[in-house]
Write a protein of this length. Structure first.
Length: 314
């Protein structure tokens, strides 16, 4: 059986720009954003704001600070959703905006209308849709004010949930988060991934099965031999916490990492497959992943196993 492994790469770049502002600008804006958000935080702590409302206000405040007079972008000809529950009145924050923004928002009533009818500057449509569908409880998102551990993200994802992180700490937000993104970009990155996870995602159930499988096998100790291997753990943590993909591709990436970082490679992977409760045809499909013998029709064998495995844990 010949092996044809996926190309291994540490690149996580996408079309969304990671660093929206310079390091120097982060240093100067962090204390100002902290000050602007203080009353919003207080309202949230008093339960006067929902989590999606808080997130929406955070995005608006940062964009307004960075791009005064232009942050609202172009008006959309059609709304993104037919209705939403972001009902916080625009009038409560409109005094913060430039005169031209006030005029453009005059006929709108809620902060949800801003996300529904405007293409906000430096903001992908997926961010708007996630905010709006989160408010409607269509997206199972959890607001966090810290970066969760990869294991926490895996635990959320196997249940069909995802997190949205907002970094409000002045010291932390004055630097790139994890050396990669400014704090607003980090929040938007979470919202983009959320939309990919939920919106018209035909892979959704298969992804849940994959996350259930990894959570089960990891806690069973199947991969403990790798726990001191920093390179493997980096790839594994990226796989379980920051990668949206077709479940077959996710499994191919897992096999690639297991084979690459274990001295017995394919033998180790095939032995792991033998420990899983599956039929012989499913087992053979797993073993053919990343080989020239793998054919597209085998996807259904693997997807069927993932779905059954997920249901067995409910």
């Amino acid at each position: 059986m010949s092996i044809n492994l996926p190309n291994k790469s540490s690149s996580r770049s996408g079309r969304f720009k990671k660093k929206l502002v310079s390091q120097e600008q982060l240093h100067s804006e962090a204390p100002q954003i902290t000050r602007l958000m203080r009353p919003i935080v207080e309202l949230f702590n008093q339960k006067s704001l929902t989590a999606p409302e808080f997130c929406a206000l955070y995005i608006i405040h940062v964009l307004n600070h960075r791009y005064p007079g232009t942050w609202a972008g172009a008006k959309r000809s059609l709304p993104i959703v037919t209705e939403h529950k972001l009902k916080k009145p625009i009038q409560e924050i409109i005094h913060l905006f430039e005169p031209n923004i006030k005029r453009r928002l005059k006929s709108f009533e809620t902060i949800g209308d801003i996300f529904n009818y405007f293409s906000l500057q430096s903001t992908p449509l997926t961010v708007n849709r996630s905010i709006l569908k989160w408010s409607n409880e269509e997206y199972g998102l959890e607001l966090m004010f810290r970066i969760p551990l990869p294991g926490e993200v895996l635990n959320q994802q196997k249940k069909g949930h995802r997190c949205v992180t907002i970094i409000l700490d002045e010291e932390k937000s004055s630097h790139y988060i994890l050396g990669e993104r400014d704090s607003l970009g980090f929040t938007m990155h979470d919202l983009i991934h959320a939309d990919h996870f939920y919106h018209e995602n035909k892979c959704y159930q298969g992804q849940l099965g994959f996350y259930c499988l990894l959570d089960f096998t990891f806690h069973r100790g199947d991969f403990k031999v790798f726990q001191t291997n920093k390179d493997f753990m980096n790839e594994f943590e990226y796989l379980i916490s920051d990668m949206n993909a077709y479940p077959i591709h996710l499994l191919k990436c897992l096999k690639s990492a297991l084979v690459h970082y274990h001295e017995q490679g394919v033998v180790f992977f095939n032995h792991w497959v033998e420990t899983l409760d599956m039929g012989q045809e499913e087992r053979e499909a797993f073993k053919k992943l990343n080989t020239t013998e793998y054919e597209g029709h085998l996807d259904q064998k693997i997807l069927g196993f993932l779905d059954r495995f997920k249901l067995s844990l409910i």
